[in-house]
Write a protein that binds this ligand. Sequence first.
Ligand code: ATP
Length: 207
Amino acid sequence: MKLGLFGGTFDPIHNGHLSMAAAFADELALDQVVFIPAGDPYHKTTATRTAAVKRLAMVEAAIANDDRFAASDIDMVREGATYTVDTLQILRQYYPNAEMWWLMGMDSLLGLHTWHRYQDIFKLANVAVAARNDEKIQQVAPEMRALVAQGLSQATSASRGQLRLLQWQPEDISSTQIRNAVKAGTPIDAWVPKPVRDYISTHGLYR
Ligand code: ATP
């Protein structure tokens, strides 16, 4: 079993997320990519973010027609801050022998050394990074360099401990840009699948 795990705010999910997940699924021959929306901020005083249940509903609407994709509320149902290392620890209990890949963009890799117990992430899973053909790889933190070098050499497959770089050109889309467009009343058809557009309009999100 080869599992891709894709965490994000997904406020809303967009075509950039979907095409990145599909590219990873192809490249790594994943059986399934699980989208994991972040929970509601536990310390929030003002609601600046769409409720987690609505963000999850949009993810489910977006992936309904693709068997390779699934969604999980694992980060929505825990109390307090949710750390990736804890998410992986829980998932390991369900899938002790799976080849698990935590999927991320290049920007996330540049901050990975600041993540809570980031070394333990590699004891539980592999990490796959969508890297453009750009020079950002030079900015990676010193403590990540050995792993990146290993990733560039495309080390053999293992269920945990490796970092893989996927050469891929991300689409120029962000959730922020979609929220701003809805607010301004301009079309978002090119950026999100129709079921997500329908959900946004039915629920009056981002106005
Ligand atoms: P926002 O604009 O609200 O910050 P976002 O579009 O960056 O949102 P997130 O939900 O924060 O979306 O992103 C989740 C993950 O998806 C991150 O790992 C990020 O690197 C990746 N991602 C974001 N935008 C794209 C894109 N256009 N193509 C591929 N991956 C993306």
